[in-house]
Design a binder for this molecule. Structure first.
Ligand code: PLP
Length: 422
């Protein structure tokens, strides 16, 4: 029997390991919360996932017993904190399939990581008359830093368009790339549409043109097994709070030779080798890009989150979310008056939709009355909204702990919302 192709295209769901969702849910006490009289259905995972006890406990345990500043102290606590922090770096290296932990820079998250690349690599490499490319489906954090860079340098920002299904038009990429293209910045998975972009294919074309590829991995990390080397990225950014970790921390991975050649970004403590008024020299990687005291507890939480994901297995998580997405799409497609936004062949976890004649915010508000947490708005992707001629959508996004019953509750609540406004 041939396996049915799945919505995320990576592997047949039927062949993937199954997930014991009830056991997963026991690790998230927040899911027992009542919103009014209804049990919470948390479908805002693309904004921030919830944190399991393993993450909360790891943070609390570290804070209770081993907290101190890192790198500077000779005392026991400082050494233990440094070990935990550097251990987290090694954990991220393994998660990303990177060759060297020194290529992993801890930052506040995806936004800060992209700003670092724009302001350090970008300022050094992009000159007047150069150009760079971003896609039409990017999150604002993978647009605005590049706009700022291009304005400053007198460079051109080119846009790789998508079609109405929400798929990038790769032939257009070949047209946009030329000998003056320095950087291409693309999201691995769209937060507004769920589209999984063919990063390895894009990387090949970008490198053939002599440019570097910056991958916004914010929505990829909770869903895909990431291998930054296999995908051919030059830089890869992600945030812990999208992958069951804390907010305020994330990482940038970059190819070592690129990072080594880049000028430091922020100046301050920890990023120097020696400071004199006539000359300062900088620390080697990764410290060169980590000025000041980092988010130490957050890094510990991130490492615990990656352990959590590994424990359940990315293959099983991804297949589970895919089943939920397929179920939700099929049921919503059966309801009249529902317009789904984004229908790419390969999609992950995200379901954006509109109800005829009802504002997305009203949909979100009514769903909340049934305990269902979704996001309504432009999802920091206004160019995507402009493509479809809408101001906002309602977005449900699935995570490891969501169930088929919750999908059914969502669909039922959507139906009731339509009735309410009828
Ligand atoms: N890129 C994408 C695709 C996202 O979904 C998000 C967050 O929603 C970001 C970037 C920004 O992430 P952060 O706010 O953690 O920096």
């Amino acid at each position: 029997m041939t396996a049915t192709p799945t919505i995320d295209g990576s592997q047949p769901v039927s062949a993937a390991p199954t997930l014991d969702v009830e056991a997963v849910r026991r690790e998230f006490p927040i899911l027992e919360r009542l919103i009014g009289k209804a049990r919470l259905v948390y479908l805002d995972n693309a904004a921030s996932t919830q944190r399991p006890l393993a993450v909360l406990d790891a943070e609390r345990d570290f804070e209770t017993h081993a907290y101190s500043n890192v790198h500077r102290g000779v005392h026991t606590l400082s050494q233990e904190a440094t070990e935990a922090y550097e251990g987290a770096r090694e954990r991220v290296r393994r998660f990303l399939g990177a060759a060297d932990a020194r290529e992993v820079i801890f930052l506040r998250g995806t936004t800060e990581a992209i700003n670092l690349v724009a302001q350090s690599y970008g300022r050094a490499e992009v000159s007047a008359g150069d150009n760079m490319v971003v896609s039409e489906m990017e999150h604002h954090s993978n647009i605005v830093p590049w706009q700022m860079l291009c304005q400053e340098r007198g460079a051109e920002l080119r846009v790789l368009p998508m079609d109405d299904d929400g798929e990038l038009i790769l032939e257009e990429l070949d047209r946009l790339l030329d000998e003056r293209t320095r950087i291409v910045a693309v999201g691995a998975v769209s937060n507004a549409l769920g589209t999984i972009n063919p990063i390895a294919e894009i990387a090949r074309r970008v490198h053939d043109a002599g440019a570097v590829l910056v991958v916004d991995g914010a929505q990829a990390v909770p869903h895909q097994q990431v291998d930054v080397q296999a995908m051919g990225a030059d830089f890869f950014a992600f945030s812990a709070h999208k992958v069951y970790g804390p907010s305020g921390v994330g990482a940038l991975w970059g190819r070592r030779e690129l990072l080594e050649a880049m000028p430091p970004w922020q100046g301050g403590g920890s990023m120097i080798q020696s400071v004199r008024f006539d000359q300062t020299t900088y620390a080697p990687l990764p410290a060169k890009f980590e000025a000041g005291t980092p988010e130490i507890v957050g890094a510990v939480g991130l490492a615990a989150a990656l352990d959590f994901v590994d424990r359940w297995g990315m293959e099983a998580i991804s297949a589970h979310e895919t089943r939920l997405l397929e179920r939700a799409c099929a049921q919503l497609d059966d309801l009249p008056g529902v317009r789904r936004i984004g229908n790419a062949r390969r999609r992950a976890s995200v379901l954006s939709f509109l109800l005829d004649g009802i504002h997305a915010h009203d949909v979100g508000t009514l769903l909340d009355r049934d305990g269902i947490a979704v996001r309504a708005g432009h999802h920091c992707a206004q160019p995507v909204m402009q493509h479809y001629g809408v101001a906002s959508t309602t977005r449900a996004s699935f995570g490891i702990y969501n169930t088929e019953e919750e999908v059914d509750r969502l669909v039922e609540a959507v139906r009731r919302t339509q009735e309410f406004f009828a």
